[in-house]
Design a protein. Structure first.
Length: 554
């Protein structure tokens, strides 16, 4: 009996044994849970089915070289950049391309001011803006006008270039592939280094489409220069040249709106709005510079603006999201799959991080408890883009804001917690604010309609010696119909006040304030141009959206 008692384990080891058993049970349960979570992903792997760049570039490469506007635009912008009136700096070193384009940006500002300010104000503006922006001075407004006159051959080529059917800028990852694009976009030092090393190749990772920001900046600069030249031209009583500039700026906007990516379309909207605002200002301040033939040309250019041309197209965003999904999800062949942590590590094209290998394999199934499946992510993102496209095509009063809110609420993290961040991945990476997108087409169309009415009003005055009593008097000889106010669903408001025509929309507060404007801000119409939802309209300051306040004198 004594021997048997001696063989019993000490009592103090029993808690340790119990802990070991519990740990073992926990590991078994964890393994079972991991197996349950991992089974749906077994037998599936990542499959790259679509080449994003090939898809984006296919329609561009199918267009003949002679139909592409970009090669001539690139040549023209480079020529304008080299015509910098500053020339070499004090040390004799030529101005860099970056500084040269910064100078062109200032010239565009100063040229635009020619349509807004008198000579004394212009001279002050020239000195102030140049000293503030580039620390130098052109001397006087005459030098700005001289610069535009001397560069008319280049601007003429640019005006002709934008009349081609397609913009024709290719998409790329990393550095441009076209040698001419490399010379244009890259600093000479970088370009020479890449030439010595050979063309770099980029493999893996989510394409960054590096072209977008740089090219959009340059094309917007071109739009600003064309509008600035129009302002300079009316000072010289050259209405035909001003019209050619404004038509070219509008055509450049059309080329961008026809592109695939959202940022390109928004840049097109911006250029078109700038051209319309420039025209409206010139019709107010320099109407006599335009002949009857000039006004007829402007009317024809607006008449070609087909309905829905500026509606938002989310094709590019769909392609980008599809490319993301195929890179970070497995593919079961039917449109579904699970998130693969080991592939998400190299999205930027960099080296793998410790989320690959064993760690990624073990952690991945647990992350998929929260991260949506491939089909769930794709369906939710597609629903969001569908609502944006539908809203962009419809009227402001018909936008389904509740549906848009519901989709965005499901896609955005409700808090900063890790689980909420995971539940919104990867949709939150690509979600875009819907408010301005769904209203861009309607509000931009209203601005263009206002400019078209302004042209028709001036033509009527020249024909009849006075302003019409109503917009209906313009139909059908000068206008096909009275444009509608997107906020009211009724025709735009019009009146003659103290001998000058006034054209307005009731604006975002949806109350006709008889053509008065909000009392705050340097631009009295800013608040009215931004769409506010109907439930928020009552909180807005009273004021209408003034589309045109015409001249009193002929």
């Amino acid at each position: 009996m004594t021997d048997i008692a001696c063989c019993k384990p000490p009592r103090r080891n029993r808690p340790a044994r119990l802990l070991c058993r519990l740990l073992l049970i926990g590991l078994v349960l964890l393994l079972l849970g991991w197996l349950i979570l991992a089974i749906p992903g077994w037998g599936t792997a990542r499959v790259i089915r679509t080449d994003l760049l090939e898809t984006l570039n296919a329609p561009i490469l199918e267009s003949p070289e002679k139909e592409r506007a970009w090669p001539s635009i690139r040549t023209g912008l480079a020529a304008l950049g080299s015509s910098n009136p500053l020339g070499p700096d004090e040390s004799g070193v030529p101005v860099s391309q970056q500084d040269s384009f910064r100078m062109l940006d200032v010239i565009a500002d100063l040229g635009q001011a020619h349509g807004e300010a008198d000579d004394d104000a212009l001279e002050k503006l020239v000195r102030e803006r140049l000293l503030d922006r580039v620390g130098a001075t052109l001397g006087d407004p005459g030098q700005v006008r001289t610069w535009f006159e001397e560069n008319q051959p280049v601007l003429t080529d640019l005006r002709e270039a934008v009349q081609r059917p397609v913009l024709g800028i290719p998409y790329w990852i990393g550095a441009p592939t076209d040698p001419d694009d490399r010379r244009y976009f890259l600093d000479p030092t970088i370009h020479d280094a890449l030439a010595r090393e050979g063309w770099p190749t980029v493999t893996g990772g989510l394409p960054g489409l590096e072209i977008e920001i740089t090219v959009m900046s340059d094309l917007r600069l071109l739009g600003r220069l064309l509008c600035a030249d129009a302002s300079v031209a009316v000072r010289a009583r050259d209405g035909a040249r001003a019209v050619a500039d404004l038509v070219a700026a509008g055509r450049l906007a059309d080329l961008l709106v026809d592109r695939t990516m959202l940022i390109e379309q928004l840049c097109g909207h911006s250029i078109r709005q700038l051209a319309v605002n420039t025209l409206v200002g010139l019709l107010t301040n320099h109407a006599s510079a335009f002949t009857d033939a000039d006004l007829e040309t402007l009317e024809r250019s607006f008449a070609s603006d087909r309905p829905g041309r500026y509606a938002i197209d989310m094709t590019g965003e769909r392609l980008l999201f599809e490319d993301l999904l195929q890179r970070v999800y497995s593919d079961d062949g039917s449109g579904d799959g699970v998130f693969r942590l080991e592939h998400a590590a190299a999205l930027g094209g960099g080296p793998p991080v410790p989320t690959s290998g064993v760690f990624g394999t073990l952690l991945g199934p647990f992350l998929n408890m929260y991260i949506p499946s491939r089909r769930e992510a794709n369906d939710l993102f597609a629903e969001h883009l569908d609502l944006i496209e539908q809203g962009s095509l419809g009227r402001l009063g018909e936008i389904d804001w509740a549906a848009l809110d519901a989709v965005e609420d499901r896609a955005k993290p409700r808090s900063g917690s890790l689980t909420d961040q995971l539940r919104s991945f990867p949709i939150s990476l690509f979600m875009v604010g819907s408010k301005n997108l769904v209203t861009a087409n309607q509000l931009g169309g209203t601005e263009r309609a206002g400019a078209r009415v302004a042209v028709a009003l001036l033509r009527y005055r020249r024909l009849h010696g006075g302003w019409p009593p109503s917009l209906e008097a313009l139909v059908p000889d000068l206008l096909p119909s009275s444009p509608r106010d997107p906020y009211a669903g009724a025709p735009l408001r019009y009146a003659v006040r103290e001998g000058a025509p006034l054209l307005w929309s009731i604006g975002a507060n949806r109350v006709d304030d008889e053509g008065s404007t909000p009392g705050t801000g340097s631009d009295a119409d800013v608040a009215a141009r931004r769409f506010e939802r109907p439930e928020d309209a009552g909180s807005l300051e009273p004021g209408d959206w003034i589309l045109w306040r015409g001249p009193v004198r002929p």
